[in-house]
Design a protein. Structure first.
Lengths: 587, 80
């Protein structure tokens, strides 16, 4: 048996207690839960634990191996950082939703069967939707609702796949699935919606930028990376994922170049980064799967860092569009430095964690000789530097001076960013620590002279392109506008549906159905009603009138008796008593 | 009077760019002396990554500006 407590339980059961705590005690408690979860994780050994029998099914809450542990570690770590960052948030609902969200992500990672997985999968969707709604704006209300609808649809696909899978195999154990038959395609679709596969991705840039300054930090970590985890568990070596992932790395960077909202730029680059991980799952070699896990680990850190720095900008200035910002390095120097560390990491600069993880996946595609995929990944590496590496810090902190004079965010936010920035560099300098927790033994050396110089050339000449395009005025100016994405189909689709209901269908209903109704239903009914009415008048009313007349006649008779005089009543009563006595005697 | 910041001083941006351009040249020169172990033959050409990075970013920006943006740009209140 294991003497650890399931991290999911620590977060989820611990969450409601937040509601009863105040002040310093609450802060301590908030920070304590992720620490307890981490201690529990560190004391866990490989094996299967926490098996619960439920209606004859075995629910496995603790399938512990190197793959699940690696995701468990980083989820607990980023929970701590996110909680520290959001420590001063007054709204308890956000803290509770954040913990339930973090806990259910842990639950997904350690679930050994499909029912447990599905349970936590759904809790994740609802708690995430709450975090989106927490900013209480009109935009967040719509985006949160769309988020929830998309994820419920994804959950239903998953459930249908699980049901079919159970029917086919008679087992609910969640292990390697592979693509064979409709069950596996439905499960892959369910996973793919959370992983933001192309075309299915638009919930992400739609919803994440609408959450609160701190809510987005939570959101950036769990949903997509738990989807990467289940893909790595269920579909390693599935060739289709190579092409899906390669598309994911490439197309969002075009969007990111012309997007004005900086948190939306980060959302697009999030899809781009998850694309690398999906490619790694698709290639399915030990090098590429190690790369996927390593990249998920590093990505969570620098993505959280970037969202934290943009959250700090939003928190301090109330603005997040590139058109409204600029020159903030003067008043937020520390935030600027942290943002640049995150930007360097996502770009994969040597000595940052992005360099030691992303390169494993790119190398894996090279080892397998996948030329088009390799080109897509290197193109995406240059592209991500261009929009996340340069554009984010440039437009927020440098560029033209917006005239905004603010100050650094509160100390807890700076600390959270500082810890994340430190870890980004620490892992970049000492990758051995990260490599030791990967699922397979690592035989990979990131720091070779050729690799370092190649990567530096790629990045510096991308930067040269940016500078020249900027100086020549060709670089597209940031414009206050929105850019259509595939959510257009359901956003406009819903509007078209409502229009269809309100206009043509209602008119058809009124003109055609209404007329037909008039002719076929109302007129015959009126006729029948006429017959019933005459029956009513002649028979029923006649009967009623007859009873009425009878009553009147009887009343006239009774009125004679009811004289209203006491002695008359006394006489009648005594007469009545005599009659009763005579009756009794006779009988 | 607000204090002058780093890029407010006219010379600093120029200095920054000079360092940047110098490092570009340095990277091309160093590249010639580094032993490569490429996965594909073209990867081993001198300064392949520099050329690729530059071209990729120019193509990226031009495609985003002249192809994607005209197709998908809408007014901010489009969905309202």
């Amino acid at each position: 048996m294991i003497n650890a407590v399931a991290p999911a339980a620590i977060f989820i059961i611990g969450a409601p207690i937040i509601f009863f705590l105040r002040g310093r005690l609450k802060s301590v408690y908030l920070l304590l839960l992720p620490v307890l979860a981490s201690i529990s994780l560190l004391s866990m050994h490989e094996g299967t634990y926490w098996i619960v029998n439920f209606l004859g099914y075995e629910l496995i809450f603790g399938r512990v191996d190197k793959l699940s542990l690696a995701f468990g570690y980083i989820f607990a770590l980023v929970s701590f950082i996110s909680v520290l960052y959001s420590l001063r948030v007054k709204d308890d609902g956000q803290h509770i939703a954040g913990f339930i969200y973090a806990g259910s992500a842990q639950g997904v990672v350690f679930s050994g069967d499909f029912l447990t997985l599905f349970l936590f999968w759904e809790i994740m969707a609802f708690s995430a939707a709450y975090l989106i709604w927490a900013s209480k704006t009109e935009a967040s209300r719509g985006a949160g609702l769309r988020y929830l609808l998309v994820h419920i649809a994804g959950g239903l696909c998953l459930l249908a796949g699980i049901t079919l899978h159970y029917h086919d195999t008679g087992s609910l154990v969640f292990s390697f699935i592979g693509l064979d038959g409709p069950a596996s395609y439905l499960i892959l679709l369910g996973f793919g919606i959370n992983a933001a596969f192309p075309i299915l991705h638009s919930w992400l840039p739609d919803a994440y930028p609408e959450s609160t300054f701190s809510g987005t930090v939570f959101l950036s970590a769990f949903t997509t990376k738990s989807a990467v985890y289940v893909l790595a568990r269920g579909f390693p070596g599935t060739e289709m994922l190579i092409w899906i992932g390669a598309t994911m790395t490439a197309f969002p960077i075009f969007y990111a170049v012309i997007e004005n909202n900086l948190r939306r730029v980060l959302s697009y680059s999030l899809i781009n980064q998850v694309g690398f991980m999906v490619v790694g799952v698709g290639i399915g070699t030990t090098l590429s799967l190690n790369g996927t896990v390593a990249h998920a680990f590093c990505h969570i850190l620098y993505k959280a860092l970037l969202f934290m720095s943009m959250g700090a900008v939003l928190h301090q200035t109330g603005k997040i569009n590139a058109t409204d910002l600029g020159g903030l390095y003067k008043t937020m120097p520390l935030t600027t430095i942290f943002c640049i560390v995150g930007a360097a990491s996502i770009s994969g600069f040597p000595l940052t964690n992005g360099f030691v993880s992303k390169s494993m996946i790119v190398s894996a595609s090279g080892v397998e000789g996948l030329i088009p995929v390799w080109f897509a990944l290197v193109f995406a590496s240059a592209g991500v530097f261009h929009h996340s590496g340069i554009k984010i810090p440039f437009f927020a902190f440098f560029s033209h001076d917006s005239g905004i004079r603010t100050k650094e965010p509160p100390i807890n936010m700076l600390l959270a960013m500082g810890i994340a920035a430190f870890l980004c560099i620490f892992i970049g300098v000492f990758p051995g620590f990260l490599y030791s927790i990967l699922p397979y033994p690592v035989d990979y050396v990131p720091y070779t002279a050729a690799h370092v110089i190649d990567q530096l050339q790629l990045l510096f000449f991308s930067a040269l392109a940016f500078s020249l395009l900027m100086l020549s005025g060709i670089y597209p100016a940031e414009i206050r506008a929105i850019n259509l994405d595939t959510d257009w189909f359901y956003r406009k689709g819903a509007k078209a549906f409502l229009w269809l209901v309100n206009k043509p269908i209602v008119r058809f209903e009124y003109n055609v159905v209404g007329e037909a109704y008039e002719f076929m239903v109302i007129k015959p009914v009126m006729k029948i009603a006429g017959i019933l009415r005459s029956f009513d008048i002649k028979v029923v009313d006649g009967a009623v009138n007859g009873i009425g007349r009878l009553t009147v006649a009887w009343s006239a008779v009774m009125r004679i008796v009811q004289s209203g005089k006491v002695h008359d009543y006394a006489f009648i009563m005594s007469g009545g008593i005599c009659a009763v006595v005579i009756l009794i005697l006779l009988l | 009077m607000e204090k002058k910041h780093f890029f407010d001083k006219p010379g600093n941006l120029k200095k920054f760019l000079k360092v940047f351009f110098a490092s570009l040249i340095a990277l091309i020169v160093i590249d010639l002396f580094v032993h490569k172990h490429p996965y594909f033959a073209f990867e081993g050409y001198p300064s392949f990554y520099a050329a690729f990075g530059f071209v990729a970013c120019v193509v990226l920006v031009l495609a985003a500006k002249y192809i994607l943006r005209p197709l998908i740009k809408r007014k901010e209140g489009y969905y309202d």
